[in-house]
Design a binder for this molecule. Structure first.
Ligand SMILES: [Mn+2]
Length: 410
């Protein structure tokens, strides 16, 4: 047994079969990047293992769905695993939702340095360096019938650094109750750490964000082991395009020119922070004042979006603006509900419908004959309570925007 310090890389959820989603239209110059991003990000994980001279690589599932990637997925991985084999680096792989062990095609040989854990049962291995045990690695591939329980994972009786590799939702208390030093978890696409001292439970997230909600840096995790201290984790970004959510606040005095300056400054700051990654930015304009009212109506919003795209969208690096939304006001002025105006009538009708939740809202009456049998018909029924409330709230905002004169905003 040894207490040598060592480091390893932990990654999961490559999802080689899954391109990024969430753009209505992918601009031509970003098309290759979209198609290739899952592979390029995954390749950077292997490069990290080599560059950091890691002892081993842990994969916590959802690496690829082989029958959706076609041969390219397994061939790519076999090649990358081979690069690690040349340097004597082992890979420990616990399958997840999309990559049970039997999904790997028999036609592609897995190099000997790759250990795939069996389904639904914990296998325990001892990882050695030069014949000296360095870490105990227990793992199980996901089995939907027999979920691997935290209680099936044991720490090493002799005090060897103990790692559990497993995919899926985790019961925090059950993980904490075990003496396992490092829980290598998979199945979340955003990185998260459940606990970090004295032991660690960690999801590295996908190496590449796939949609606007998966914003911020994505990558793999470098873990440094130096017993008896807790293992230290750090993010190594691998994403080749990054989704960002940016909010700009404006006030009564902000003009269109001011807003352009604010947007430009923010983009330049973002590019300076991550100069090598293409960015996909969803903008939200918040605050109050005449500019917000103008943005909510009319064409200014799309003009700004066009300007942002042509000015900054082509790079390199590209900072492509995905959308530009205006934050809805928290509430409408209460006096609007009392006024004897069309807007007042409209808002009172909305409030009526909000208070009488049992009263049906008949939107089908507004549909043309040919739509009644089509896709629109089900969308016009508001049976779901939360949906009904959301639609009414948005209708109140939209209606009062359309029914308010320019001057009444100020
Ligand atoms: Mn996944």
């Amino acid at each position: 047994m040894s207490n040598w310090p060592f480091r390893f890389v932990h990654a999961s959820d490559f999802h080689l079969e899954l391109p990024p989603l969430g753009l209505a239209e992918v601009p031509d110059h970003l098309r290759d990047l979209f198609i290739e991003s899952a592979y390029w990000a995954a390749e950077r994980v292997f490069e990290t293992v080599l560059a950091e001279e890691a002892e081993l690589l842990l994969l916590s599932g959802d690496v690829l769905r082989p029958h959706e990637t076609g041969p390219r997925g397994p061939l790519f991985l076999a090649e990358q695993f081979g690069r690690l084999a040349e340097r004597g680096i082992s890979v420990y792989w616990a399958g997840g939702q999309v990559d049970p062990p039997e999904a790997w095609p028999a036609a592609v040989a897995l190099p000997d340095n790759v250990h795939v854990f069996p389904r639904g049962r914990v296998e325990e291995l001892v990882h050695q360096r030069d014949g000296t045990p360095l870490a105990r690695i227990s793992g199980a591939s996901l089995d939907r019938q027999r979920t691997a329980r935290a209680s099936s994972f044991d720490a090493d009786p002799t005090g060897l650094f103990s790692i559990a590799v497993v995919h899926g939702a985790a019961d925090l208390a059950a993980l904490r109750a075990r003496d396992v030093h490092y829980w290598a978890l998979g199945g979340r696409h955003d990185r998260s750490t459940l606990f970090s001292s004295p032991r660690v439970a960690h999801y590295p997230g996908s190496p590449q964000g796939r949609r606007p909600e998966e914003h911020g840096a994505h990558g793999c995790t470098l873990v440094q082991v130096n017993q008896p201290q807790p293992a230290r984790t750090s993010l190594i970004p691998t994403d080749v395009l990054r989704w960002l959510d940016e909010r700009i606040a404006v006030d009564d005095a902000t003009t269109r020119d001011d807003l352009e300056v604010l947007l430009r400054q923010r983009i330049q700051a973002l590019i300076e922070t991550v100069p090598k990654v293409d960015l996909l930015i969803s903008w939200t304009i918040g605050g109050s004042g005449p500019l917000v009212a103008t943005l909510r109506r009319g064409t200014l919003r799309s003009e700004l979006l066009q300007w942002l795209r042509s000015e900054f969208g082509f790079g390199p690096p590209a900072a492509w603006s995905v959308s530009l939304e205006v934050e809805p006001p928290v509430s409408l002025p209460p006096e609007w509900y009392e006024q004897e105006t069309i807007r007042g009538d409209f808002l009172r009708a909305i409030r009526q419908a909000q208070m009488n939740t049992g009263e049906p809202i008949d939107l089908q009456a507004y549909l043309a004959e040919e739509h009644l049998a089509g896709l629109l018909a089900p969308a016009a029924t508001l049976d779901d309570k939360a949906m009904r409330e959301r639609v009414l709230r948005e209708a109140a905002l939209l209606g009062s925007d359309l029914l308010s004169g320019e001057e009444s905003e100020s």
